[in-house]
Design a protein. Sequence first.
Lengths: 253, 253
Amino acid sequence: MIVNPVINTMIKHKSVRKYKDKVPSDDMIQTIVRAGQQAPFSYQLCSVLLTRNREEIPENAPLLFTFCVDSHRLELVMEHRNWKMIMNDLSLLFFGIIDASLMAENMVIAAASLGLGSCFLGNTPYQAEKIVRRYNLPSRVFPLVQLTVGYPAEELPVRPRFPLDFTLFEDSYPVFGEGEIDEAMRIMDEGYLAQDYYRYYNYMVPLSGKKVEAYNFDNYSWTEHISRKAGQWLRSSHKLLVQLQKCGFKVTS
Amino acid sequence: MIVNPVINTMIKHKSVRKYKDKVPSDDMIQTIVRAGQQAPFSYQLCSVLLTRNREEIPENAPLLFTFCVDSHRLELVMEHRNWKMIMNDLSLLFFGIIDASLMAENMVIAAASLGLGSCFLGNTPYQAEKIVRRYNLPSRVFPLVQLTVGYPAEELPVRPRFPLDFTLFEDSYPVFGEGEIDEAMRIMDEGYLAQDYYRYYNYMVPLSGKKVEAYNFDNYSWTEHISRKAGQWLRSSHKLLVQLQKCGFKVTS
């Protein structure tokens, strides 16, 4: 493993959910967004909303960025050149989600390099209609993901990840043996348990239906947590399709 | 603008399309992927394919990474905990495209910090079936975007971006005035023209139908380029839906 200030900032990064009162400076904000803008892109499809109104920001963070897939702005540019958007919305969203996420990750790491913490809010697409009203978004702008940013008020360990050989595959995707899956799960679960992650945040995904809770903070860990999320929530795409439609995007044709 | 080694690496980044013969070391590759893995994620939905077989890599790069939205691996983990994937594929893809892109951008910047260049290949989703065969991908793994990586064999300037006030909006999305749109377009177009970008790559998007070419490398620039791409290509989502289906993803229900 080679280490330099850039790699070091990345491998030490962890999401922060408790913030100090101190507000990052305008210069910091501009620096972070400019660093975000230089991420490679396909169509510059991302625009960024900011609020410093702490009362409406989760986790009492001083800054909230909202990354949007913005076709509106591109369509205005195209109009000025006598072109019309032809690309279908599904492809546009794929390109736009990538553009927005590349920019967002630059901002996460740029913020970290300035001593700031951050945390993504994954529920953003399901809040699209509310965000549209809050920021007066025109049609063809879709709020994809939000990021709280501020000075961290907690000291956190680096979180575990799947082993490298469970993530990087050279020339051929492997057939996983039982041992490899167990080992990857063990590393994630023992890692999170050793850090008392879920006890610290005092959160377990509740069980739906007739399932009886058999876990506590001594054995509830990452693989159980994500299994409950992906195994219980968002069975239908209806809600997301409705939010996309309200923003003027139609992916099903 | 605050500058430190991290910000500096980001704001100086540009995509590279010509590479030296020299191959990055195993240590570099592992460092870059490890830095990628520490990006924040929702479900660790990204897996990464690598090939060093130069003959099949565009731009004669020594390394080609393919970032995949990998539900297969997550489903195996869930199976080991007696859970089944319930989340609809559209939501899963949204989360997965974000996870994969966050990881990819960390890898771009980590590579840059080690003196390596890189370039995204945006056509990947439309090549999914071919990539599935090449890497023996199981169902429920979707190749999202590819990245060439290697030692740069060209010295390139930093590419222009939209002005900050055309990208970052505090508290309310603006109604753009004609002047602002013109100014943003001017900055992009004059910036790319000053760098002779399209002449250097000797490429203009061809016009379809009866449109007559009225541009040359003295006036063809970024806003015309993206207008032609978004204004002529991918009118139907059919191709992308087919590729998704071939990988076991169904977004329309």
